[in-house]
Design a protein around this ligand. Structure first.
Ligand code: G6P
Length: 608
């Protein structure tokens, strides 16, 4: 988290740095800052809160240097205020940092003994002082930076600026991503290619342990020992993608509305709709038929997509699936039989815990499959097979279209595994794929329910606690509904397997407690109806999301019934995600919260 940018340019760079930071704000937005050099003066502007505050500060007091670095922060060490905002200075050195310097305590003690005093509570400031101390000891800037980088432990991406070098930025990467952007007589550094998209589409990604020396005319990359290394220069697709809200009020609602299209793109990438067959497996570097077990790790919404897919893999392919939250998996020391398939689901492809889990599985002889939205991401690059979600850039912090695209990939993969293992025949494959071709159409129909959902949301915005219930694949969707709602509306919400209600959460039910029940008319609809009876008997307020058949059969007096079209069961997790997302969105809107950038959250989580 935190976004980094650096420019060695030919015109005043502060406005360009801010422009890039706007595209990086998804990584954190509790404070921001830029520093530039002009006439051998190192100067900075910093501000607490969102980028608009930094922009106002720059407007009142502009910076005109042609080389500079910028940062948008998601606080780890030290509260989000101006003092802790980056860039951090030490004499002639300025540093911006993303990640955590794990040995900062030891380094800070050492530097304090050497007479350095710290003005912030951040771990980053040790880097500025370490480099500065190197300079004082007579090292050249690049050497001083290299020596400092060698002392750092943890996960970091850095950009370092030197007051006396107007044609130099040193960058470093160990964990969080960092890319060099190649311009004409200008050079850039950024946390991702999208940040650099207005400037260049010629990108080189640093690998873990790399550090780089960036001048206007050239950029060199070295390994930790200081040996030059070659990294591929690639054309980034980031630049060709539009990232704006269009006519929508928020990115989140724009992204919700994009779902019919992106689900369709994603499904048609993995399924041949003409012949009704899956195309996954044809070019995989491992044989799906030989896989005996699947393990899935992911975080947040991506984890919940994985949890839904467990039902699909087990049911359609008859293959056992282990699924874990990546932050648990990475330390669980799970024994893995060689030749298993390990799947990692991640919108950003940079989530630290998911990446660590991937590396564990790789060391333990698993085939690695990445379901990511960013094909240049670290998780993608370290995988044997990339199954990309074609959602396009997702900017709203609360994941929506990435989730349904992850489901689209996972259902296609489950069919492919089922076919490879002989668990489903050609007839069943055709039937499933024919059903999936309808997903975009049903998603469009679900969007038509927005007005009704807006009214329900107005009621929900008045309460402090909400329960979500579902069974089977609707259980993870209930978890996702609760997660989405709490993330953006700050109303406490919990998701439960409907059958688990009586083992605890039923104690919470009274006439003030809304219970959102996700229950299409499926094989176990009646079971969920019984759970609703239990809620109704205790005066709970039921908001039922069901289909026409379910609505016609249910005899419970629900406060609201959202009626979805009847659809094949395989589609329900993908399509029912839409009313669940709309409910969270409109509740947040009614609460007046910051929908796209909810407090304390960030879109890309590159720390543990
Ligand atoms: C953050 C985001 C979530 C996302 C999770 C995993 O918490 O706010 O929306 O689901 O990270 O991110 P990933 O990029 O790995 O999907």
């Amino acid at each position: 988290m935190c976004g980094i940018v650096g420019i060695v340019g030919t015109e005043p760079v502060a406005p360009l740095l801010v422009d890039a930071l706007k595209r990086l704000e998804y990584r954190g937005y509790d404070s921001a800052g830029v520093a530039t050099i002009e006439d051998s003066q190192l100067d900075r502007r910093r501000a607490e809160g969102k980028l608009v505050n930094l922009e106002a500060r720059l407007k009142a007091s502009p910076l005109s240097g042609t080389v500079g670095i910028g940062h948008t922060r998601w606080a780890t060490h030290g509260v989000p205020n101006e003092i802790n905002a980056h860039p951090h200075f030490s004499d002639s050195v300025a540093v911006v940092h993303n990640g955590i310097i794990e040995n900062f305590r030891v380094l800070r003690d050492e530097l304090e003994k050497d007479g350095y005093s710290f003005s912030s509570q951040t771990d980053t400031e040790v880097v500025a002082h370490l480099v500065s101390r190197g300079l004082k000891q007579g090292l050249k800037p690049v050497q001083a930076a290299h020596e400092a980088i060698k002392r750092l432990e943890g996960a970091f991406a850095l950009a370092i600026l030197f007051r006396d070098e107007e044609d130099l930025i040193v960058g470093a990467r160990n964990g969080p991503p960092l890319a060099i952007g190649h311009g004409e007589g200008k050079m850039y550094l950024g946390s991702d290619a999208i940040a650099l998209a207005p400037f260049t589409d010629r990108i080189t990604y640093l690998e873990d342990g790399d550090w780089c020396v960036v001048h206007r005319e050239k950029a060199e990359i070295f390994d930790l020992e200081g040996n030059p290394v070659e990294r591929v220069l690639q054309r980034s697709v980031g630049s060709s993608l539009m990232v704006d809200k269009g006519n929508h009020r928020h990115f989140m609602i724009k992204e919700i509305y994009e779902q019919p299209e992106v689900i369709s793109h994603t499904l048609s990438h993995y399924l041949d709709f003409g012949d009704c067959r899956t195309t996954i497996g044809e070019d995989l570097p491992f044989n799906l038929a030989e896989v005996e077990r699947i393990s899935i790790s992911a975080c947040g919404t991506a984890y919940l997509a994985g949890l839904i897919s467990k039902y699909w893999f087990e049911r359609l392919a008859g293959i056992p699936v282990d699924i874990d939250i990546a932050s648990e998996f990475r330390y669980r020391e799970m024994p893995l039989k060689k030749g298993g398939l390990a799947l990692f689901i991640s919108q950003s492809g940079e989530t630290a815990d998911t990446l660590a889990s991937l590396r564990y599985c790789k060391e333990n002889g698993q085939h690695i499959g990445a379901i990511v939205n960013v094909p240049e991401s670290t998780i993608a690059r370290e995988s044997d097979a990339i199954l990309q979600t074609l959602a396009g850039p997702e900017i709203g912090v609360a994941s929506t279209k990435a989730f349904t695209c992850q489901l689209s990939v996972l259902v296609s993969l489950a069919i492919a595994v089922g076919k490879a293992r002989g668990a489903i025949d050609v007839q069943k494959e055709k039937e499933l794929i024919r059903a999936l071709t309808e997903a975009p159409r049903y998603a469009n129909k679900a969007l038509k329910l927005e007005k009704q959902i807006e009214k329900i949301a107005a009621d929900l915005a008045k309460v402090r606690h909400i329960l979500y219930l579902g069974r089977d694949t609707n259980y993870p969707l209930a978890l996702e509904g609760a997660l989405k709602l709490k993330e953006i509306s700050y109303i406490h919400a919990e998701g439960y397997a409907a059958g688990e209600l009586k083992h605890g959460p039923i104690a919470l039910i009274d006439e003030t407690m809304p219970v959102v029940v996700i229950a299409p008319h499926d094989r176990i609809f009646e079971k969920t109806v019984s759970n609703m009876q239990e809620v109704a008997a205790r005066g709970g307020r039921i908001i039922l999301i069901t289909d026409e058949k379910g609505a016609s059969e249910v005899s419970i007096d629900a406060e609201h019934v959202v009626v979805m079209p009847d659809m094949p069961e395989i589609l329900t997790p993908i399509v029912y995600a839409i009313p669940v997302q709309l409910l969270a969105y409109h509740t947040a809107l009614a609460m007046g919260t910051d929908v796209d950038q909810p407090r304390n959250l960030a879109k890309s989580v590159t720390v543990e």
